[in-house]
Design a protein around this ligand. Structure first.
Ligand SMILES: Nc1ncnc2c1ncn2[C@@H]1O[C@H](COP(=O)(O)OP(=O)(O)O)[C@@H](O)[C@H]1O
Ligand SMILES: [Mg+2]
Length: 258
């Protein structure tokens, strides 16, 4: 099962949700891989505590893509780019800054199906793959949507985001029609939800009324998330009993039944 976590807006919780859902999956015994497509490397740094950005890596998704430009290396097993984390069952295919420079070259050479082909090899070895994406609808995000089975959309409840959401859903639908008929909009993940406030509740209800799949479980806002990033330790390991952690566990259960 390959899920892509996608929203063109930054700061809505893509990396936090990718890393924490993956950690919950791994913790429950699933062989789990995170693929980081964002050159800002947030989820790579979050899950690989000794990972440095600002340098090129021999093993990374950028290296996977740059090798795909040298077609003689094309048959290298994508597993060779993957790192193990300190956590059982949890591996990462990290991003690095080289992705910025690669995009134009990859587009020029029409490498839009390379990630899908790589993911299809990796899916035999993992029960679950989570793909983190940059805050843009670009070559890398499109590659991920083409290679994935489902899309999770983090959503931060503001009205501006609601309007941007329709544009985003159009992009998903267009990708489905043009490239990946089996792509499914699995659901919208409401993040940093304030249950006491009136506006977020209304915004979420509007989405439901429009027939969009919104997960029952809403993620609270908590300083634990920041702490978890700072310590490079996913919530399920940092604070297993914390409210936000338990919400991730609930959300993960919803994914199993959806
Ligand atoms: N549920 C949450 N509670 C508190 N802070 C959060 C929560 N989710 C995300 N954040 C914080 O918001 C910021 C953006 O989150 P991030 O996952 O990096 O978003 P994105 O990947 O979409 O840019 C980060 O500083 C993160 O720690
Ligand atoms: Mg991010």
């Amino acid at each position: 099962m390959i899920r892509v976590v996608f929203n063109q807006k930054g700061g809505v919780g893509k990396s936090s949700i990718t890393a924490n859902l993956a950690a919950v999956a791994a913790h429950s015994g699933k062989r789990t891989l995170v693929v980081d497509l964002d050159p800002q490397c947030n989820s790579s740094q979050y899950l690989l505590s000794d990972f440095f950005d600002g340098q090129e890596h021999d093993q990374s998704i950028a290296r996977f893509f740059s090798d795909s430009l040298k077609f003689k290396l094309m048959d290298k097993d994508p597993q060779e780019y993957v790192y193990k984390t300190d956590y059982d069952n949890l591996d990462v295919l990290p991003a690095d800054e080289e992705l910025y420079d690669l995009q134009v070259k990859l587009e020029a050479k029409h490498k839009i199906y390379k990630l899908r082909d790589g993911l299809n090899k990796l899916r035999e070895r993992y029960d679950e793959i989570y793909v983190d994406t940059p805050p843009a609808f670009n070559f890398f995000t499109l590659s991920a949507l083409i290679g994935a089975d489902s899309v999770l959309i983090p959503f931060d409840c503001d009205d501006f985001s609601r309007r941007a959401l329709f544009n985003l859903l159009d992009n998903v639908e267009e990708t489905r029609q043009d490239h990946n008929a089996s792509l499914r909009l699995e659901g919208i993940v409401v993040n940093q939800f304030l249950p006491q406030a009136r506006l977020p509740k209304k915004v979420v209800q509007d989405l439901i009324d429009e027939g969009l799949p919104v997960f029952e479980t809403k993620l609270s806002s908590s300083v634990k998330m920041r702490e978890s990033h700072d310590e490079a330790k996913p919530l399920i390991y940092l604070a297993p009993k914390h409210k936000l952690t338990q919400q991730f566990v609930e959300l993960y259960k919803e994914l199993q039944t959806a």
